[in-house]
Design a protein around this ligand. Sequence first.
Ligand SMILES: Nc1ncnc2c1ncn2[C@@H]1O[C@H](COP(=O)(O)OP(=O)(O)OP(=O)(O)O)[C@@H](O)[C@H]1O
Ligand SMILES: [Mg+2]
Length: 361
Amino acid sequence: MTTETALSDCPAESSLASLSRVAAAMAATLEPNEVLARGVESLIEATGAVCGEAYLLTESGPELQVLHGCEGACPFKQQLAEMATRAAERGEPVRRRNLIALPITRKGRVHAVYGLSLPADAPAPDGCFLNAVCHLTTLALDHAELMQELERREAQRVRLLRKWLGAQEEERRRVGQALHDEVGGVLTGALLALRLAEKDPQRLEDVRTVLGRALDEVRRLSRELRPAALDDLGLGRALERHLREFERHTGIKTTAAINPPRLNQPAQAALFRIAQEALTNVARHSGAGKVAVRLEPDGEKLVLEISDDGHGFTPASGGDSLGLAGMRERAEQLDGEFSITSSPGAGCTVRVEVPLARVVD
Ligand SMILES: Nc1ncnc2c1ncn2[C@@H]1O[C@H](COP(=O)(O)OP(=O)(O)OP(=O)(O)O)[C@@H](O)[C@H]1O
Ligand SMILES: [Mg+2]
């Protein structure tokens, strides 16, 4: 019995066909306002309405912005707009004779309203169908927003990759040049000194000095390539050493609470690079006098936090620029989360939380 009632409550087959046409029209665009315009267009078609409008609620106040208006001089324009305002306030459909206003709700608030003007002699519209169109619109808007976010992230990933590849190429060029000019030069000198020493063994001391210089140069190059000897010191001590150098170079006072467990190599490298970029940002952009770095377990997570007392900034809502995006990317590669909290005058905190199980050695 229950099944029969449920079945008879279903929209008629023609309504389902209309519904799938409405869905297809809305799914064909990723532009939220265009979703609403297509929604109302296909609603007009499906209901045989004389005209229809899509209104968007403004962020700031109760006014409605007309996204898709009736073409021509519609005698009900004013009345439809008033009903749309009422539907937006109540959060439920409003119907007056042949006019209908349907609110579209998203994340608990009315986001837009469809207004329809049906022919005076039209039969009562299928409420179930209209409800379904409103739900579909909400889904289509969520889908468009998600897809746009995905496209933005993808474009950012490509930019990041290009930047990294460029930086890698530049690093190779610099190291190649240094090997050629510095190490090559010093070793050539050593060769010459060796030839002289073959005739005059007293000059062997010169050879030793020159080879010592070559060794220093090779060590310097390898230090540049590998962050602060992570292999030798481990992340904790490498970070402490980096902080001491940071303080010496920038004059910004540092405090540290660094107690990481034994971490695997990829995690050490990623967390070091994140801290390095966050500190570079502090030095370049913050005007801070102090910076505090924390790296320690907290429950099931390992937390890395870099907080400065500088002038802060408003993180862009549209997405991260490349330095910030790089930090986020590294955190996500460790299945972690990245956040940046800052506002003008209130300093800046970069926080990364990664699951301990993912990073311990
Ligand atoms: N600690 C901070 N204090 C104040 N502003 C900051 C801080 N960190 C970042 N910012 C702001 O955020 C912006 C973006 O930082 P991000 O690291 O992504 O780029 P960048 O440092 O400008 O360039 P790069 O790509 O070389 O890192 C900075 O230009 C700066 O305006
Ligand atoms: Mg930066």
